[in-house]
Design a protein around this ligand. Sequence first.
Ligand code: GLU
Length: 404
Amino acid sequence: MGFEDIRKRIEEISKLMNLSEKEIDVLLNFKRIVRKELEVNGKKYLAFRILHNDSLGPGKGGIRFHPEVSEDEVKSLSFWMSLKNSLMGLPFGGAKGGVKVKPKELTKKEIEELSRAYIRSFYEVLGQDKDIPAPDVYTNSEIMGFMLDEFEKIKDSHEFGMITGKPIELGGCKFREEATSKGGFLVLKEFLKFLNIDKSKLKIGVQGFGNVGFNVAKMLYQDGFKIVCVSDSRGGILDENGLNIFEVKKEKEKSGSVVNYKGKKITNQELLESDVDLLILAALENQITEENANRIKANYILELANGPVTSEADEILNKKEVIIIPDILANSGGVVASYFEWVQNRCGNIFEDDYLEKRFENIMINSFKKVYEFSNEKNLNMRTAAYIIAIKRILDAERARGTI
Ligand code: GLU
């Protein structure tokens, strides 16, 4: 798994697209890999910032704080950012950062120190026209605020556009926080409309109850969908009659996990294999693998995490005719809102909420239609269709630059 998995997918897709060796090389190579060691309170943490491709514009992608962070993982994540930004028509390349750390074991002060240390180590490769970070797993607007502050102190100059997902007071965009979930929600509704699926007939399971998982569950619940199971890193709960998402959230806030909520307790594996129609994956990568793919009962999967289904699992699910709305489309709402934030920061203009909301909706729905229609026209699954559209735009930009 990891980047090897991506290599396999690209090799498959390159046959469909008739790509040359040179073009495949461009896709599988990285423009910049920076690896540093950060020190906070005498403890050392491995950290990365990786730029996959910047032919369409400056690098863009989050920074995650997680114990599983590795160079291979950050490479995969930066590759997916290139595809995601390209697919959504944004003027960005793909990048990602990460720190190998157990953030739950750090105090608030240590998290702030770690965030500042990250910028002190990586500021030379960041900037509004170079590479623009944002939140990802276990990072948030507060951390983005510390990072901006540290960057501006080093540069002795203001540059709000060097990072997105910031607090509102520091040039953040009001709906960035919920944007990944909102984008997934809009895409899902459009998908159900196209397939003529009635929401009252859907039983939904949501893996992950962080910012993205909770917000999408909340939006679906408020819209009258039935969510029968949810989980977080400690496990999950199931109620065939449907869960009250606000009550589950209260429990998570009180005791730190959804597992303490009333109802049947299940493991994360059981949630993935539960008897639902739609599975929403909003946790981490590599959740459905060749090991469990055959036991998946859902007919539809919405990928709000990056890379939650491995390529082997993808093949198995495709054979089982499970329809997957792929990550680079389904979870792109976050970076679309980041783009609005960056534009506002750069031009010093502040757009009306209504205008941004409408624009957001248009970008999400039009991108879905583009992928869905292309997949139907060429008889491809939606992931392959999305990859082809995204890869084509990156390679066209490379050609326009004369690099291939
Ligand atoms: N970390 C998010 C993602 O994986 C958002 C990236 C961004 O806003 O730059 O898409």
